[in-house]
Design a protein. Structure first.
Length: 167
């Protein structure tokens, strides 16, 4: 009877050890997948920011080229006409164009900074959610392990009582 009790206790402890190992493996795999998800989110954020900055650079280059072409054509017109009225109009239009370009550049920079802020907030939110879920998983695993150990100890106590009664 004692040997059967010891065998059953051994089998129970081995089962508990294997279950603990399986749960730890699942925890580590979940942590790995969550880390991969957060890294993917960060890389996508960096890619989108790079694409935005490249787009803004190309738009700025296009607008500067258009500005220079307009200035060249207006200068040619003013030189051809040789009138003060045309020169003053040219100066006014160039001033308006430069002010428009400055305002557009400021608007685009503000949009870029706001987008960067929102993407940073999103990545921080994802990281905090990942940490919260990992904490909850570890607490759940700890409680399950404690429950299983308590069950094991109670079972051992019952078997010992039974063996004493039989003896």
């Amino acid at each position: 009877m004692m040997s059967l009790t010891m065998m059953s206790l051994t089998m129970m402890s081995l089962t508990m050890i294997s279950l603990t190992m399986i749960s730890l493996t699942l925890m580590s795999l979940t942590m790995m997948s969550l880390t991969m998800m957060s890294l993917t989110m960060m890389s996508l954020t960096m890619m989108s920011l790079t694409m935005m900055s490249l787009t803004m650079m190309s738009l700025t280059m296009i607008s500067l080229t258009l500005m220079s072409l307009t200035m060249m054509s207006l200068t040619m017109m003013s030189l051809t006409m040789m009138s003060l009225t045309m020169m003053s109009l040219t100066m006014m239009s160039l001033t308006m164009m430069s002010l428009t370009m400055i305002s557009l550049t400021l608007m685009s920079l503000t949009m870029m900074s706001l987008t960067m802020m929102s993407l940073t907030m999103m990545s921080l939110t994802m990281m905090s959610l990942t940490l919260m879920s990992l904490t909850m998983m570890s607490l759940t695993m700890m409680s399950l392990t404690l429950m299983s150990l308590t069950m094991m100890s109670l079972t051992m106590m019952n078997y010992l009582k039974l063996s004493k009664m039989l003896i």
